[in-house]
Design a protein around this ligand. Structure first.
Ligand SMILES: [Zn+2]
Length: 108
């Protein structure tokens, strides 16, 4: 499922002041510190969680949902998984062409 926004939905409002990709594990308020990264953005293919184990499970998208450009940076990544609960991955991208924010949800 893909959606786009004018403002970041998952990355902090000051994400652009951060390093390109910071380990945010446990800082986003999760009671259980699942893998979580945020920052001013890196190409999805260069993300420390790449290649995603989940890439065999999901067709991970790096395109802007607003304009279709592939010229995006990943500014937020979150993976939640547990025994018997499946996996749930959230990725937020910022588009370098139109400036919109794309959120993709992947659910097992
Ligand atoms: Zn765009």
């Amino acid at each position: 499922m893909s959606e786009w926004h004018h403002k970041p939905k998952h990355a902090p409002a000051d994400y652009h002041l951060m390093a390109p990709c910071e380990d945010y594990r446990g800082k986003g308020g999760d009671p259980i510190p699942f893998p979580e990264y945020t920052g001013s953005g890196i190409p999805l293919k260069d993300h420390p969680m790449m290649p995603f184990d989940e890439s065999t499970l999901w067709n991970v998208n790096s395109r802007c949902a607003a304009c279709g450009s592939g010229n995006t940076l990943c500014i937020y990544y979150h993976l939640v998984s547990g025994l018997g609960t499946g996996k749930d991955m959230t990725i937020e991208l910022v588009c370098k062409d139109c400036g919109k924010y794309t959120v993709d949800y992947y659910v097992d």
